[in-house]
Design a protein around this ligand. Sequence first.
Ligand code: SF4
Ligand code: SF4
Length: 374
Amino acid sequence: MAAKVYFADMRSNEKQSLLDKVGKLYRRTGIGSIVAKNDLVAVKLHFGERGNTTYIRPQFIRRLVDLIRNSGGKPFLTDANTLYVGGRSNAVDHLETAVLHGFDYAVAGAPVIIADGLTGKDYVEVPVDLKHFKTVKIGSAAYHADALLVVSHFKGHIATAFGGVLKNVGMGLGSRSGKQMMHSDLLPEISPEKCRSCGRCMRWCPAGAISFTREQPDNPGPARIDASKCLGCGECTVTCTHGAIASNWKTEPDIMQEKIAEYSWGVLKDKKGKAAFITFLNNVTPDCDCCGWSEAPIVPDIGILASRDPIALDQACVDLVNGERGLSASRMAGHEDSPDKFRALFPNVDWSRQLAYGEELGLGIRQYQLVRVK
Ligand code: SF4
Ligand code: SF4
């Protein structure tokens, strides 16, 4: 058995623009069938970090928004806040970044709703009972949406070698504390020098693991974490606005990829028959769109792909990239003929783990049939 992955190349002419091809992919993949009348349809995308210039152009999103509306749905654009401090770590900065990059109503034709709310605390804890997580924390706007169209930009990623659908869904829709749990196996620590004894972290800790040292009766002193009580949930890390609880980024690439697959499973488990995926395989940069820059693409632009199967879609994308000759005027210099471009860029990361584990979980299958759409 093979999952169908529809593929349109980047050629266009006076009779057919790339926007028209997006429309064809929408129809051939049957994306309209995931939308019932008046469904709230979350269009998950990445608005690009400030300084990045290779995120998906808003004109493509506008075409998809119009198609969803024609199918009877009510589309909105969404992403969850980032763990790292940048231009998208709270809803105010995130919305401003979205507008700066052209994702306002006038251009995109749909409102932007940040999935996990103002500070990342608006999430639903979804039971999954898997190897790494019993529950996953999914941005509530995505969880409560009736249908989900995931629009991904395929490119390299330092932690997972490439970022495609699974990265966009699992890491992308995890709340900020969920992202911390995917990024690290370590428990947080409080820096006594930076702590201002404000007590915010203590109020948010679900385990009662934080207390003050009370060095003197009239001075609460810096906060401290009782490691024997700490659940590693990451709430304190994302709550401290004084930088006293640093984000941890330590986990093994295999583990992180499995965690991302488990989060994807949590997002998609209640969206059976209500989710579809489109991936842009152009501007394949070695770094992800969370970077405030865009390095030269590693291969020529390849095309736009769509599927109802997220695993098959990511597998098809990585195969198509590996089938191209690497561009010399890029970070692929010296590895142009490598049969595995992402392994050449990130030798310590085995990208296949995310797909193998995702397949094990039943998210989809790696076997696919590429159907050309002209
Ligand atoms: S939120 Fe930060 S500054 Fe406030 S008590 Fe906790 S660690 Fe200290
Ligand atoms: S990680 Fe979670 S359980 Fe541990 S101290 Fe922070 S808020 Fe409390």
